[in-house]
Write a new protein. Structure first.
Length: 162
């Protein structure tokens, strides 16, 4: 892949994206345990929505060798927003999310159990609160699109990469 054109990957490595990832990790693993409440949930939503479209774009770029550009990040942001809204508003989507995420986490939990000499765990459960007020975080998707656009302009100020 031409590194200059890996827009989502490069945008994901900017200070605002790294800060959003750090906030997400700190919030989910420290702040929620100590100060859990409505604001820690919203903080996770905002931080996650700010970077998730870039993660999708970077995964596509790394697997295909082609840049998704700003337009691809915008499509990833719209898709992320639609799935996020469905998970927060529609019980079947929430159930699918819980099961899918638990399945994705299982290999890591299994490796931990093997390392400790424990029996393999069941797939487990993922906690999710269906809260329509979480949709207030949807504008954070614009951060990913803004970072992709900023990265495009930094690489080639004369030509927008849509």
């Amino acid at each position: 892949m031409n590194d200059r054109r890996a827009i989502a990957t490069r945008a994901l490595l900017t200070a605002p994206a790294i800060l959003a990832i750090a906030v997400l990790v700190l919030n989910d693993h420290v702040l929620k345990a100590r100060f859990g409440g409505w604001w820690t949930g919203k903080l996770s939503d905002v931080a996650g929505l700010a970077v998730f479209p870039l993660l999708i774009g970077a995964a596509i770029e790394l697997s295909t060798g082609r840049s998704v550009g700003r337009r691809g990040v915008a499509i990833a942001a719209a898709s992320t927003g639609a799935v996020f809204a469905a998970i927060k508003l529609w019980a079947p989507a929430a159930a699918l999310y819980r099961g899918g995420l638990a399945t994705l986490q299982w290999p890591f939990r299994a490796l931990g159990a093997i390392e400790r000499g424990d029996a393999l765990p069941a797939a487990g459960h993922v906690q999710l609160t269906m809260d329509p007020t979480d949709l207030l975080a949807l504008p954070a998707l614009g951060i990913a699109v803004w970072l992709a656009g900023r990265t495009c302009r930094a690489l080639d100020p004369g030509q927008p990469r849509y």
